[in-house]
Design a protein around this ligand. Structure first.
Ligand code: I3S
Length: 128
């Protein structure tokens, strides 16, 4: 992610620290495990690195190894209902392969920006 203070021109390039947990993997429910994760939206891929990166390289400096990534093409995004989590500003992301993630920020504006970016990405890459 660029370290410039300017907002990125494209919704497909975005990064920041978010709380994330998987809730379903390949259609099977898994135990929640909220972790703070350096998150990068790059093209149609969303990548997560464990721990707070915050470095200057495109993917969080020294801790630059992605913990996991998801392909957003064919996925969907919505605000999670209250029964999914007691936290506020929770985004529910479903991939076409049956993985479901919850993505959360305490900051409503941050969460809304990610929501918009994810939606834009999904609709932009819908027909690839
Ligand atoms: O959906 P749940 O089971 O209420 O999710 C909570 C649990 O994952 C909990 O961990 P334990 O199962 O080890 O107690 C987490 O600490 C909570 O954060 C989860 O709930 P929220 O509402 O924060 O997503």
């Amino acid at each position: 992610c660029p370290s410039s203070p300017k907002p990125p021109a494209s919704p497909s390039e975005k990064c920041g620290v978010l709380n994330v947990t998987k809730i379903t993997e390949h259609g099977k429910r898994v135990r929640k495990n909220w972790t703070s994760s350096w998150t990068v939206l790059h093209g149609s891929t969303l990548l997560f690195a464990k721990g707070q990166g915050g470095g200057t390289s495109w993917f969080g400096g020294s801790q630059s190894k992605p913990e996991f990534d998801v392909d957003l093409r064919g996925g969907s995004v919505e605000w999670a209902s209250k029964d999914k989590s007691s936290k506020k500003n929770v985004i529910e992301l479903k991939t076409r392969h049956g993985t479901e993630l919850l993505i959360q920020s305490e900051n409503e504006a941050v969460a809304s920006d990610w929501y918009r970016a994810l939606q834009d990405t999904i609709s932009t890459h819908a027909w690839e």
